[in-house]
Design a protein around this ligand. Structure first.
Ligand code: F6R
Length: 369
């Protein structure tokens, strides 16, 4: 069962290379193209959609937030992400040209189901990304793209999250392939990179002792902040959610660029702040902007715990701790940067003596609205 691990959560963190590998399995052919036979929606319909709305809750919604950056970039289709329970109450603009992507590990989340039904009533096509065969959500959707993470037992989602992100990449790349676009070479390159991700995730896990020790040493903290930018922003949100859920510590995630618009007022002597740093090889000046953010909070006394790409020396002078993860294209980095945050929360909650698999007040699937 737990396969020698202290908890299901710990085991499921270690299952992640396989969860990502299995979610890619059979979806890439030898020509380096994607084949998604399970997508039983007419190709002409998929070619004609002019908007994508991702609906989901909690961790699955953060996967959707990562997906938005990837899908908009590869497909040039306007993409929104909305918490499922907010969606239908704002009278959303949905029609036959809207593709709704519902993400849910359990496939039984009532909020997500109600959002899907609302979208279908207005003529939208629905693809669900789901980890549970035969559950309600995929049955009610026009098509299902299953994640193959295997059963997730721990209440806090880990391997389902990485599998969900992987499935949204597959969907985004498939739509890009189908619709033809100016990023053809990039799409082919990303597919190759995606296949290399399971081994890279394994390398992050192989370094878990550094993060576990950090988590144990921080068991008495009262508040922890998480900052990220671009796809690092939903990663920061997910890091904060894990800590709230299983360690019952106040934790907040912010977009790093938002700091100066308010949250920087929270920074005080010794406050631990995790920062997810984008690749220095990436486009634009994102990397240097985040490094400036680290400098700013460090100057105000924060203890900076930085997740950066191997070889990134620029962060070192401003970091109390650097957790290095392997190189990857910016859009794929969440598959790596999330893992230390999961390990951290799990170790910290364990050090506090909590049952990480069964956090108080939470159920694995939320079947009421
Ligand atoms: C967080 C967590 C929840 C779920 C959310 C959606 O660790 O587990 O936030 O992600 O309740 O659940 P599913 O994916 O089953 O719809």
């Amino acid at each position: 069962e737990k396969g020698g691990f202290d908890s299901f959560m710990d085991k499921e963190i270690h299952d992640q290379p396989a969860a990502v590998r299995d979610t890619l399995l059979g979806r890439l052919n030898e020509k380096g193209e994607l084949t998604l036979d399970e997508l039983k929606i007419d190709e002409s319909v998929l070619r004609s959609i002019d908007k994508i709305i991702v609906v989901a809750c909690g961790t699955a919604a953060y996967a959707g937030n990562v997906a938005r950056y990837a899908i908009e970039h590869w497909c040039r289709i306007p993409t929104e992400v909305e918490l499922a329970h907010e969606f239908r109450y704002r009278d959303p603009i949905v029609n036959e040209k809207t593709l709704v992507v519902a993400i849910s590990q359990s496939g039984e989340t009532m909020d997500t189901l109600m959002a899907v039904r609302h979208a279908q009533e207005q003529g939208a096509k629905v693809i669900s990304i789901c980890n549970t065969n035969g559950s309600t959500l995929p049955r009610e959707s026009d098509a299902a793209l299953y994640t193959h993470a295997g059963p997730e037992i721990a209440v806090a989602s880990t391997k389902a999250f990485l599998a969900q992100i992987t499935a949204t990449y597959v969907l985004g790349l498939y739509l890009a392939q189908l619709r033809g676009n100016k990023y053809k070479d990039e799409v082919r390159e990303i597919l190759r990179e995606l296949e290399a991700m399971p081994d890279k995730i394994q390398r992050v896990i192989d370094n878990e002792d550094q993060v576990k020790n950090l988590g144990r040493a921080m068991a008495e903290e009262e508040s922890v902040l998480f900052l990220g930018r671009h796809v690092g922003f939903p990663v920061a949100m997910e890091g904060a959610l894990k800590l709230k859920e299983i360690a019952y510590i106040h934790a907040e995630g912010f977009a790093a660029g938002e700091l100066k618009h308010g949250p920087i007022a929270l920074i005080e002597e010794d406050l631990p702040v995790f920062v997810v740093v984008p690749s220095p090889r990436g486009r634009d000046s994102l990397h240097s902007k985040v490094v400036s953010n680290i400098q700013e909070i460090r100057a105000r006394g924060a203890r900076t715990i930085v997740i950066a790409e191997e070889g990134d020396e620029a962060v070192k002078p401003y970091s109390d701790t650097v957790i290095y993860v392997p190189e990857a294209p910016t859009l794929l980095q969440p598959l790596l940067a999330t893992v230390p945050l999961q390990i951290f929360a799990c170790a910290l909650a364990g050090a506090k003596g909590y049952d990480v698999d069964q956090p108080r007040n939470l159920a694995k699937s939320v079947t009421v609205e």
